[in-house]
Design a protein around this ligand. Structure first.
Ligand code: SAM
Ligand code: GLN
Length: 299
Protein backbone atom coordinates (compact mmCIF):
# COMPACT_ATOMS: atom_id res chain seq x y z
CA UNK A 1 0.00 0.00 0.00
CA UNK A 2 1.95 2.96 -1.21
CA UNK A 3 -0.89 4.97 -2.72
CA UNK A 4 -2.04 7.89 -0.57
CA UNK A 5 -5.80 7.76 -0.50
CA UNK A 6 -8.09 10.36 0.92
CA UNK A 7 -10.29 7.97 2.85
CA UNK A 8 -11.51 7.67 6.41
CA UNK A 9 -9.00 6.12 8.80
CA UNK A 10 -6.17 7.65 6.80
CA UNK A 11 -3.11 8.25 8.99
CA UNK A 12 -1.16 10.43 6.55
CA UNK A 13 -0.73 14.06 7.55
CA UNK A 14 -2.28 16.08 4.77
CA UNK A 15 -0.85 19.51 4.08
CA UNK A 16 -2.80 22.02 2.01
CA UNK A 17 -0.36 21.55 -0.88
CA UNK A 18 -0.58 17.75 -0.84
CA UNK A 19 -4.34 17.81 -0.57
CA UNK A 20 -4.70 20.18 -3.53
CA UNK A 21 -2.43 17.98 -5.63
CA UNK A 22 -4.35 14.84 -4.73
CA UNK A 23 -7.72 16.47 -5.38
CA UNK A 24 -6.62 17.95 -8.70
CA UNK A 25 -5.53 14.53 -9.92
CA UNK A 26 -8.72 12.91 -8.65
CA UNK A 27 -10.92 15.49 -10.39
CA UNK A 28 -8.88 15.17 -13.60
CA UNK A 29 -9.40 11.40 -13.51
CA UNK A 30 -13.14 12.08 -13.18
CA UNK A 31 -12.97 14.30 -16.31
CA UNK A 32 -13.85 17.48 -14.41
CA UNK A 33 -13.09 20.50 -16.64
CA UNK A 34 -11.04 22.68 -14.28
CA UNK A 35 -9.64 20.25 -11.69
CA UNK A 36 -7.08 22.56 -10.07
CA UNK A 37 -9.36 25.57 -9.85
CA UNK A 38 -12.22 23.50 -8.41
CA UNK A 39 -9.91 21.97 -5.78
CA UNK A 40 -8.72 25.42 -4.74
CA UNK A 41 -12.18 26.99 -4.68
CA UNK A 42 -13.60 24.16 -2.56
CA UNK A 43 -10.71 24.10 -0.09
CA UNK A 44 -10.59 27.87 0.35
CA UNK A 45 -14.38 27.85 0.83
CA UNK A 46 -14.11 25.14 3.49
CA UNK A 47 -11.37 27.02 5.34
CA UNK A 48 -13.23 30.31 5.02
CA UNK A 49 -10.20 31.94 3.33
CA UNK A 50 -9.25 33.53 0.02
CA UNK A 51 -7.53 31.28 -2.56
CA UNK A 52 -4.24 33.11 -2.05
CA UNK A 53 -4.21 31.80 1.54
CA UNK A 54 -3.70 28.26 0.20
CA UNK A 55 -0.46 29.25 -1.51
CA UNK A 56 0.89 31.11 1.50
CA UNK A 57 0.09 28.11 3.75
CA UNK A 58 1.04 25.28 1.38
CA UNK A 59 2.87 23.26 4.06
CA UNK A 60 0.26 23.68 6.76
CA UNK A 61 -1.41 20.45 7.88
CA UNK A 62 -5.20 20.20 7.92
CA UNK A 63 -7.27 19.17 10.94
CA UNK A 64 -9.05 15.83 10.92
CA UNK A 65 -12.50 17.50 10.92
CA UNK A 66 -11.49 19.69 7.97
CA UNK A 67 -10.39 16.59 6.05
CA UNK A 68 -13.69 14.87 6.76
CA UNK A 69 -15.68 17.85 5.50
CA UNK A 70 -13.44 18.31 2.47
CA UNK A 71 -13.87 14.65 1.57
CA UNK A 72 -17.65 15.27 1.47
CA UNK A 73 -17.26 18.21 -0.90
CA UNK A 74 -14.87 16.30 -3.17
CA UNK A 75 -17.32 13.43 -3.43
CA UNK A 76 -20.15 15.77 -4.39
CA UNK A 77 -18.04 17.57 -6.97
CA UNK A 78 -16.97 14.22 -8.46
CA UNK A 79 -20.72 13.50 -8.81
CA UNK A 80 -20.81 16.66 -10.96
CA UNK A 81 -22.62 19.00 -8.59
CA UNK A 82 -21.56 22.50 -9.78
CA UNK A 83 -18.91 24.14 -7.59
CA UNK A 84 -21.14 27.19 -7.07
CA UNK A 85 -23.87 25.05 -5.49
CA UNK A 86 -21.29 23.54 -3.12
CA UNK A 87 -19.93 26.91 -2.05
CA UNK A 88 -23.35 28.62 -2.28
CA UNK A 89 -21.78 31.51 -4.13
CA UNK A 90 -20.77 32.76 -7.58
CA UNK A 91 -19.00 35.94 -8.61
CA UNK A 92 -20.77 38.05 -11.24
CA UNK A 93 -19.72 41.56 -12.33
CA UNK A 94 -17.10 41.39 -9.56
CA UNK A 95 -19.76 40.89 -6.89
CA UNK A 96 -20.53 37.80 -4.79
CA UNK A 97 -24.01 36.37 -5.50
CA UNK A 98 -25.60 33.72 -3.32
CA UNK A 99 -26.87 30.76 -5.33
CA UNK A 100 -28.71 27.52 -4.65
CA UNK A 101 -30.03 24.69 -6.78
CA UNK A 102 -33.18 26.80 -7.30
CA UNK A 103 -31.36 29.33 -9.49
CA UNK A 104 -29.17 29.22 -12.57
CA UNK A 105 -25.51 29.87 -11.73
CA UNK A 106 -24.81 33.30 -13.31
CA UNK A 107 -22.63 32.92 -16.41
CA UNK A 108 -19.73 35.15 -17.51
CA UNK A 109 -21.44 35.67 -20.92
CA UNK A 110 -24.33 37.36 -19.16
CA UNK A 111 -21.97 40.14 -18.04
CA UNK A 112 -22.03 41.30 -21.67
CA UNK A 113 -25.80 41.81 -21.40
CA UNK A 114 -25.37 43.87 -18.22
CA UNK A 115 -22.60 45.98 -19.78
CA UNK A 116 -24.65 46.57 -22.94
CA UNK A 117 -27.66 47.67 -20.88
CA UNK A 118 -25.58 50.02 -18.70
CA UNK A 119 -24.13 51.71 -21.80
CA UNK A 120 -27.59 52.29 -23.25
CA UNK A 121 -29.74 53.16 -20.25
CA UNK A 122 -30.52 56.87 -19.93
CA UNK A 123 -28.73 58.76 -17.15
CA UNK A 124 -31.86 60.37 -15.77
CA UNK A 125 -32.97 59.53 -12.26
CA UNK A 126 -36.48 58.45 -13.20
CA UNK A 127 -35.37 55.49 -15.36
CA UNK A 128 -36.94 52.13 -14.50
CA UNK A 129 -36.07 48.78 -16.09
CA UNK A 130 -37.47 45.25 -15.80
CA UNK A 131 -35.38 42.06 -15.53
CA UNK A 132 -37.54 39.17 -16.72
CA UNK A 133 -36.52 35.77 -15.32
CA UNK A 134 -34.24 37.27 -12.69
CA UNK A 135 -33.07 33.98 -11.10
CA UNK A 136 -30.33 34.86 -8.58
CA UNK A 137 -30.98 38.53 -9.37
CA UNK A 138 -27.57 38.77 -11.07
CA UNK A 139 -28.72 41.16 -13.81
CA UNK A 140 -31.10 43.37 -11.81
CA UNK A 141 -28.82 43.69 -8.78
CA UNK A 142 -25.74 44.46 -10.92
CA UNK A 143 -27.60 47.15 -12.86
CA UNK A 144 -28.78 49.10 -9.83
CA UNK A 145 -25.42 48.58 -8.14
CA UNK A 146 -23.55 50.01 -11.14
CA UNK A 147 -25.89 52.88 -11.96
CA UNK A 148 -27.00 55.19 -9.17
CA UNK A 149 -30.61 56.40 -9.27
CA UNK A 150 -31.72 53.55 -11.50
CA UNK A 151 -34.67 51.49 -10.29
CA UNK A 152 -35.76 48.06 -11.42
CA UNK A 153 -38.47 45.45 -11.27
CA UNK A 154 -37.29 41.83 -11.11
CA UNK A 155 -39.74 39.13 -12.22
CA UNK A 156 -39.50 35.35 -11.94
CA UNK A 157 -42.04 32.56 -12.04
CA UNK A 158 -40.17 30.72 -9.30
CA UNK A 159 -40.82 31.81 -5.70
CA UNK A 160 -37.52 30.25 -4.61
CA UNK A 161 -35.60 32.18 -7.26
CA UNK A 162 -37.26 35.45 -6.28
CA UNK A 163 -36.39 34.84 -2.62
CA UNK A 164 -32.75 34.32 -3.62
CA UNK A 165 -32.75 37.47 -5.78
CA UNK A 166 -34.20 39.41 -2.88
CA UNK A 167 -31.57 38.03 -0.53
CA UNK A 168 -28.82 39.12 -2.93
CA UNK A 169 -30.34 42.59 -3.20
CA UNK A 170 -30.24 42.88 0.60
CA UNK A 171 -26.69 41.51 0.91
CA UNK A 172 -25.43 43.84 -1.82
CA UNK A 173 -27.38 46.74 -0.29
CA UNK A 174 -29.65 47.66 -3.19
CA UNK A 175 -32.98 46.32 -1.93
CA UNK A 176 -34.45 49.84 -1.91
CA UNK A 177 -33.88 50.19 -5.65
CA UNK A 178 -35.64 46.99 -6.66
CA UNK A 179 -39.13 45.55 -6.62
CA UNK A 180 -39.69 41.78 -6.87
CA UNK A 181 -42.75 40.31 -8.56
CA UNK A 182 -43.67 36.68 -9.05
CA UNK A 183 -45.36 35.82 -12.31
CA UNK A 184 -45.25 34.66 -15.90
CA UNK A 185 -42.88 36.87 -17.95
CA UNK A 186 -44.41 40.35 -18.44
CA UNK A 187 -47.78 39.46 -16.94
CA UNK A 188 -47.17 41.12 -13.52
CA UNK A 189 -46.30 44.37 -15.37
CA UNK A 190 -49.13 44.42 -17.89
CA UNK A 191 -51.26 47.15 -16.35
CA UNK A 192 -52.53 50.33 -17.93
CA UNK A 193 -50.40 52.55 -15.67
CA UNK A 194 -47.17 50.77 -16.70
CA UNK A 195 -47.56 51.36 -20.45
CA UNK A 196 -44.74 53.44 -21.94
CA UNK A 197 -42.91 53.63 -18.61
CA UNK A 198 -39.95 51.26 -18.81
CA UNK A 199 -36.59 52.51 -20.12
CA UNK A 200 -35.51 48.92 -20.79
CA UNK A 201 -36.69 45.34 -20.58
CA UNK A 202 -33.80 42.96 -20.06
CA UNK A 203 -33.93 39.19 -20.06
CA UNK A 204 -31.79 36.08 -20.10
CA UNK A 205 -34.65 33.66 -20.70
CA UNK A 206 -34.47 29.86 -20.88
CA UNK A 207 -33.33 29.35 -24.47
CA UNK A 208 -31.91 25.86 -24.79
CA UNK A 209 -33.94 23.84 -27.33
CA UNK A 210 -35.40 20.68 -25.83
CA UNK A 211 -33.48 18.65 -28.42
CA UNK A 212 -30.16 20.05 -27.12
CA UNK A 213 -30.76 19.16 -23.47
CA UNK A 214 -29.19 15.67 -23.61
CA UNK A 215 -25.91 17.14 -24.90
CA UNK A 216 -25.45 19.56 -21.97
CA UNK A 217 -22.68 19.06 -19.43
CA UNK A 218 -23.88 16.85 -16.54
CA UNK A 219 -23.42 19.81 -14.15
CA UNK A 220 -26.04 21.78 -16.08
CA UNK A 221 -28.39 19.01 -17.17
CA UNK A 222 -28.64 17.17 -13.88
CA UNK A 223 -28.38 19.99 -11.33
CA UNK A 224 -29.50 23.36 -12.67
CA UNK A 225 -33.27 24.08 -12.64
CA UNK A 226 -34.79 22.74 -15.82
CA UNK A 227 -37.19 25.70 -15.85
CA UNK A 228 -34.18 28.05 -16.08
CA UNK A 229 -32.70 26.27 -19.08
CA UNK A 230 -35.29 25.25 -21.65
CA UNK A 231 -38.72 26.21 -23.00
CA UNK A 232 -39.31 22.50 -23.69
CA UNK A 233 -39.68 23.45 -27.35
CA UNK A 234 -37.40 25.00 -29.98
CA UNK A 235 -35.67 27.44 -27.59
CA UNK A 236 -37.43 30.49 -29.09
CA UNK A 237 -40.75 30.51 -27.24
CA UNK A 238 -39.70 33.08 -24.65
CA UNK A 239 -38.45 35.43 -27.39
CA UNK A 240 -41.74 35.02 -29.26
CA UNK A 241 -43.69 36.13 -26.21
CA UNK A 242 -41.30 38.85 -25.05
CA UNK A 243 -40.94 40.42 -28.49
CA UNK A 244 -44.71 40.49 -28.97
CA UNK A 245 -45.48 42.11 -25.60
CA UNK A 246 -42.49 44.27 -24.54
CA UNK A 247 -42.88 47.26 -26.83
CA UNK A 248 -46.04 48.71 -25.30
CA UNK A 249 -44.35 48.84 -21.86
CA UNK A 250 -41.29 50.75 -23.13
CA UNK A 251 -40.76 54.50 -23.31
CA UNK A 252 -40.36 55.93 -26.85
CA UNK A 253 -36.53 55.73 -26.47
CA UNK A 254 -36.70 52.37 -24.73
CA UNK A 255 -35.04 49.09 -25.69
CA UNK A 256 -35.37 45.36 -25.16
CA UNK A 257 -32.08 43.51 -24.53
CA UNK A 258 -31.72 39.76 -24.23
CA UNK A 259 -29.13 37.02 -24.12
CA UNK A 260 -29.40 34.42 -26.90
CA UNK A 261 -28.05 30.91 -27.44
CA UNK A 262 -25.80 29.65 -30.23
CA UNK A 263 -27.22 30.35 -33.71
CA UNK A 264 -30.36 32.09 -32.47
CA UNK A 265 -29.53 35.60 -33.75
CA UNK A 266 -31.19 35.22 -37.15
CA UNK A 267 -34.35 33.71 -35.66
CA UNK A 268 -34.61 36.50 -33.08
CA UNK A 269 -33.98 39.14 -35.76
CA UNK A 270 -36.78 37.62 -37.87
CA UNK A 271 -39.11 37.76 -34.86
CA UNK A 272 -38.15 41.40 -34.32
CA UNK A 273 -39.09 42.22 -37.89
CA UNK A 274 -42.40 40.42 -37.55
CA UNK A 275 -43.18 42.46 -34.45
CA UNK A 276 -42.05 45.72 -36.13
CA UNK A 277 -39.21 46.67 -33.82
CA UNK A 278 -36.88 49.55 -34.75
CA UNK A 279 -33.08 49.41 -34.79
CA UNK A 280 -31.50 46.01 -34.09
CA UNK A 281 -28.04 45.43 -32.57
CA UNK A 282 -26.30 42.07 -32.15
CA UNK A 283 -23.23 41.79 -29.88
CA UNK A 284 -20.69 38.98 -29.77
CA UNK A 285 -19.22 37.53 -26.58
CA UNK A 286 -15.52 36.96 -25.87
CA UNK A 287 -15.69 33.64 -27.71
CA UNK A 288 -16.96 35.46 -30.83
CA UNK A 289 -20.47 34.01 -30.48
CA UNK A 290 -23.51 36.23 -31.15
CA UNK A 291 -24.79 36.49 -27.58
CA UNK A 292 -26.82 39.65 -27.01
CA UNK A 293 -29.61 41.18 -29.10
CA UNK A 294 -30.83 44.73 -28.52
CA UNK A 295 -34.07 45.91 -30.07
CA UNK A 296 -35.02 49.56 -29.96
CA UNK A 297 -38.66 50.56 -29.90
CA UNK A 298 -37.94 53.26 -32.49
CA UNK A 299 -36.23 53.02 -35.91
N1 SAM B 1 -31.34 36.18 -14.95
C1 SAM B 1 -30.59 35.10 -14.36
C2 SAM B 1 -29.20 35.03 -14.96
O1 SAM B 1 -29.01 35.60 -16.03
O2 SAM B 1 -28.31 34.42 -14.37
C3 SAM B 1 -31.33 33.76 -14.54
C4 SAM B 1 -31.63 33.41 -15.97
S1 SAM B 1 -32.28 31.78 -16.20
C5 SAM B 1 -31.60 31.42 -17.80
C6 SAM B 1 -34.00 32.02 -16.60
C7 SAM B 1 -34.93 32.38 -15.44
O3 SAM B 1 -36.25 32.54 -15.95
C8 SAM B 1 -35.04 31.35 -14.34
O4 SAM B 1 -34.80 31.96 -13.09
C9 SAM B 1 -36.48 30.83 -14.41
O5 SAM B 1 -37.07 30.54 -13.16
C10 SAM B 1 -37.19 32.02 -15.04
N2 SAM B 1 -38.41 31.68 -15.77
C11 SAM B 1 -38.69 30.56 -16.48
N3 SAM B 1 -39.91 30.64 -17.01
C12 SAM B 1 -40.43 31.84 -16.64
C13 SAM B 1 -41.66 32.50 -16.89
N4 SAM B 1 -42.63 31.94 -17.63
N5 SAM B 1 -41.86 33.71 -16.33
C14 SAM B 1 -40.90 34.29 -15.57
N6 SAM B 1 -39.71 33.72 -15.31
C15 SAM B 1 -39.47 32.52 -15.85
N1 GLN C 1 -26.11 29.75 -20.83
C1 GLN C 1 -26.78 28.64 -20.22
C2 GLN C 1 -26.13 27.33 -20.67
O1 GLN C 1 -25.67 27.24 -21.78
C3 GLN C 1 -28.24 28.64 -20.56
C4 GLN C 1 -28.96 29.76 -19.96
C5 GLN C 1 -30.24 30.07 -20.67
O2 GLN C 1 -30.96 29.21 -21.19
N2 GLN C 1 -30.54 31.31 -20.70
O3 GLN C 1 -26.09 26.39 -19.92
Amino acid sequence: MTKNKLHAGDTKVWTIGALLKWTQEYFAAKAIDSPRLDAEVLLSHLLGKERIYLYVHFDEPLQENELVQFRGLVKKRAARIPVAYLTGQKEFMGMPFKVSEHVLVPRPETELLVEAAIERLPGDSEAVFADIGTGSGAIAVSLVKLRKNLRGVAVDISAEALAMAQKNAVLLKVADSLEFLQGDLLEPLQKEENKGRLAAIISNPPYIPLADMPALAPEVRAYEPRRALTDDADGLNFYRRLLADSKELLTENGFFACEIGINQASDVKALAQKNTWGKVEVLRDLAGIERVVILWKRK
